[in-house]
Design a protein. Structure first.
Lengths: 114, 146
């Protein structure tokens, strides 16, 4: 969990810092004799920070989203603690199991392991 | 791994629905228990737990097939009822168990359970004709003859 936090934070900070680094020349004073067109800082930030960060967040959501939504799944090599589930079983499993007759009505069957 | 349910709500309803539908169609009670022996009481052995769970089906046990999936013991046990002797062979049970284990080994509990029960349902033969209530041991046509 900690390693994941570090990963996500690093990715976020990198994503935030890169657009500023890339946008640095845009703040340089023009001295080619032409009058600069006026652009407000909100507009500049919107284009050079907002769009890249938005794009980064979209990619991050698409990458991490599915695995964050998924519940912990069964893995054969790991210990699995889960409540017992009985499909089409008796109405009161606990009571039925303790009261199960010893003279079983079994005919046959099979077993396998993995 | 945190404690909780082995299946999502969607999986639970899907397996429940499928197991009941296949039971109705095959005229057999299929029952699937997903549990490990240490979850339920003092039964130490997986096979013993399966047989006990099969017996716990009560009146239905004679024509019931119990499938026990033990995720931690990594075992599948199938117990068939005594009335199913001619309808579902041990060989078919073994095939179904094998197909389930291959899904479980890949971490797919839901898919394995569904596939196994479907396979068992397909391999279960039709119920034998009930003996005549009117005259046990005699067929209908023999009653017509004087």
């Amino acid at each position: 969990m900690r390693a994941r936090f570090v990963r996500v934070t690093t990715a976020l900070l990198t994503g935030l810092a890169l657009p500023f680094a890339a946008a640095a020349p845009a703040w340089a004073r023009l001295d080619d004799g032409q009058a600069p067109t006026h652009t407000g800082w909100v507009f500049v930030v919107g284009i050079y920070v907002g769009i890249p960060v938005g794009f980064f967040l979209l990619l991050a959501a698409l990458t991490y989203g599915p695995s964050m939504r998924r519940r912990p799944r069964y893995r054969p090599t790991r210990d699995w603690r889960a409540d017992a589930v009985w499909f089409n079983g008796p109405a009161d499993p606990e009571q039925a199991l303790t009261a199960a007759p010893t003279a079983a009505a079994k005919g046959g069957g099979a077993s396998a392991s993995w | 791994m945190p404690a909780g349910d082995a299946f999502s709500a969607h999986d639970l309803s899907e397996i429940g629905r499928e197991v009941r539908a296949i039971s109705d169609e095959a005229k057999v009670v299929f029952s699937v228990l997903v549990a490990d022996p240490d979850d339920l009481g003092d039964t130490p052995d997986v096979r013993a737990l399966a047989e006990r769970a099969h017996a716990a089906l009560g009146d239905r046990a004679h024509e019931a097939v119990l499938v026990l999936v033990a995720p931690n013991a990594r075992r599948v046990e199938i117990v068939t009822g005594s009335d199913l002797r001619g309808r579902l062979s041990d060989r078919d049970c073994a095939l179904a168990a094998l197909s389930m284990t291959s899904s479980f080994a890949g971490g797919d509990l839901t898919g394995g359970v569904l596939q196994g029960v479907r396979m068992l349902g397909q391999r279960t033969g039709k119920p034998r004709r009930q003996p005549s209530v009117v005259a046990p041991g005699r067929t209908f046509s023999s009653l017509l003859r004087p």
